[in-house]
Design a protein around this ligand. Sequence first.
Ligand SMILES: Cc1cc2nc3c(=O)[nH]c(=O)nc-3n(C[C@H](O)[C@H](O)[C@H](O)COP(=O)(O)OP(=O)(O)OC[C@H]3O[C@@H](n4cnc5c(N)ncnc54)[C@H](O)[C@@H]3O)c2cc1C
Length: 440
Amino acid sequence: MARSQRIAVIGGGWAGMAAAVELAANSAHQVTVWESSAHWGGRARGLPLALPGGETVTVDNGQHILIGAYTACRALMERVGVSTDASFSKRPLALRYPDGRGIRFPDRPAPWDALIGIATAKGWSLPERLQLLARAARWRRQGFRCPPQASVADLCAGLPQRLLAEFFDPLCISALNTPIHEASGQVFLRVLQDSLFAVDKGSHFWLPLVDLGRLFPEAAATWLQARGHDCHLSARVQQLGMAESGWQINGHRYDQVLLACPPWEAARLVQAAFANPSAPVPAHAKAQAWADAAQRLAHTAIATVYAWNPAPGAQGHSLPAPWLALESSPAQPAQFVFDRAQLGDPAGLLAFVISTSDGDRADIEQQVIAQAQAQLGLALQPLKTVVEKRATFACTPGLQRPGMVIAPSLIACGDYIDGPYPATLEGAVRSGIAAAHVLA
Ligand SMILES: Cc1cc2nc3c(=O)[nH]c(=O)nc-3n(C[C@H](O)[C@H](O)[C@H](O)COP(=O)(O)OP(=O)(O)OC[C@H]3O[C@@H](n4cnc5c(N)ncnc54)[C@H](O)[C@@H]3O)c2cc1C
């Protein structure tokens, strides 16, 4: 088939691969993906982990959870041949602590799952449960909208401290990677609305049973190559050059370019491309403004501590459930722990997640091992701690995120591009698909 235009995608994370697949499926354009690292997936990728017995397994750069409401991710995985039924453990929302306190939704249609979950939450008094139901009903009546400057803490003002500590704090941290006092109320309500009401079982947690690379980006590269498109690993784009009619990248000419790299890198490429004074003045000013907005975004870290339990219990399990919420403080920083043995990995492997993490890798690791002893009664051996310093943008109230269009034939996509979602796989994928439609 004759290809009509040549399109370069810079970055092989979930957004870039989503855009490339969407373009390949719905246009006659020739797509080339340039990825700087040696693997596909960017901030959601697999990496090797050596276990004490000598076996090496592939784990993730950070434990990821998808939810049932992530319909764009699901459709795209299926399109490149990944069975989401076989690749995920799908379970109703639960925020349970080691002593059994907390909430667990039953496997019922919405809104019964939430209503029954709240009514039967363990360790919460009747007035606490009623206050939560009343607040949720109020948000629903208001169409899940609030002023742009409201934080999640503002939305929760007046609710009992226990609900904040045991429900909203962990929910907000895991969804927005931003603490409730700094997190955008508007974005939080949108996630809540989509997970509770947009699709059946939208609030179900989807826990990957295979590594993140296999879930989508590696399968996407294979799918693209099988259709005659080009995917290059270990191929960093150093410079974006303006060509006569289009762009110059790594010695090749393209009609259109999609920047699917992180905001700081996209800003660097745009600033250098438009530094040339011969660029038309309005285009130059718009591109520089875009780069400034991308560079201004603040980021928060996520750390993951992989640890080994030498004495797992019956069936090789270390925990009573695949994941538990933990009481978190500066000295005991993990908010969640995952029993990887219940998610397809060898018995004894655990993953602790520290969202909005602070401090250095060795300290975090030591604190988490002590936290496991104190809260779970487990004597663990640390295996590997991954700190992603710029894991997500800080999703704060009223945040001005950069838009998709930078200049004619120069588009950007990624989890940080203006949209209703926080920095998530779904946000990245939706942004990639939207960019593909503009390019096509
Ligand atoms: C530890 C951790 C835990 C997370 N947990 C969750 C979760 O539970 N649920 C959820 O939905 N989301 C989660 N996220 C967020 C999610 O991973 C991101 O939102 C998503 O991966 C962002 O995808 P992206 O394609 O926009 O960007 P990226 O993944 O950053 O992709 C950009 C790509 O561009 C490449 N690149 C950079 N510069 C260049 C260049 N000059 N030339 C070529 N290539 C370049 C990079 O190598 C990278 O592959 C988590 C993130 C982290 C780090």
